[in-house]
Design a protein around this ligand. Structure first.
Ligand SMILES: Cc1cc2nc3c(=O)[nH]c(=O)nc-3n(C[C@H](O)[C@H](O)[C@H](O)COP(=O)(O)O)c2cc1C
Length: 207
């Protein structure tokens, strides 16, 4: 994906990860091919999970479908301003219980499955932005989800665009992405020093 936010990582992580970022500007004419849809779901499906329980479910709603419109209606107003231009909105749903037993690692597993989908999207040159800003109860009623299935995120998928037809506020948001994107320094992330490793990673924040 051509990026507004090249990530200057301290060490060379794989380009697929380094090039991933979360834009809000999407090409409203771009359509995912059937092959793209299949590969994205395949990546999510082959994610690891606790006891191979695979506690994830998805609604993969392409722009132009009634499902897509239902997801847009469930979005928080701020997200609704940009996400309707994405090629697809994917609702990520966790199965909380199976055969009367709780699936305690479900949320962990769902997040990892979505991570695989986003990295696969990056490899295909596609952009994604995940959203927690949506009304879960509206998704539950639109898609008639039982009590054991909880929608936890919506993921916009599409082709990043910075063209004139993208609303100005959205373009500005993406233009500021390189300065806005930052990460905590490693010493705030590591609870203990790594024994025997001289990790000279000062402060990777703000770059
Ligand atoms: C669980 C989750 C919820 C998020 N919710 C929203 C959201 O509702 N709206 C939005 O615009 N971005 C949302 N984001 C995007 C994050 O703000 C973004 O991933 C973060 O700032 C890091 O930027 P990057 O993905 O470009 O590295 C969410 C991301 C995650 C993982």
């Amino acid at each position: 994906m051509t990026t507004a936010a090249p990530t200057e990582t301290e060490f060379d992580v794989t380009p697929i990860l380094a090039e991933r970022w979360s834009p809000r500007g999407y090409d409203a004419a771009f359509e995912l091919s059937d092959a793209d849809v299949a590969v994205l779901l395949e990546a999510a499906r082959w994610s690891p999970s606790h006891s191979n329980s695979q506690p994830w479910k998805f609604v993969f709603a392409r722009r132009g479908s009634a499902d897509f419109d239902a997801v847009v209606e469930a979005l928080a107003p701020g997200n609704r301003t940009w996400a309707g231009r994405a090629s697809a909105l994917v609702v990520a749903v966790v199965e909380t219980e199976r055969d009367g037993k709780a699936l305690p690692w479900g949320l962990y597993d769902l997040g990892q499955s979505v991570a695989h989908l986003t990295v696969q999207a990056s490899a295909l040159g596609l952009a994604t932005r995940q959203m927690a800003g949506f009304a879960a109860d509206r998704i539950v009623s639109s898609f008639e989800l039982p009590a054991t299935l909880e929608p936890r995120a919506v993921i916009a998928v599409g082709r990043w665009s910075h063209a004139d037809d993208v609303p100005e506020a959205v373009r500005e948001f993406d233009e500021l992405a390189p300065s806005r994107r930052s990460r905590k320094p490693l010493d705030e992330v590591l609870l203990r020093p790594v024994a025997g490793a001289a990790l000279d990673v000062p402060d990777i924040d703000g770059r």
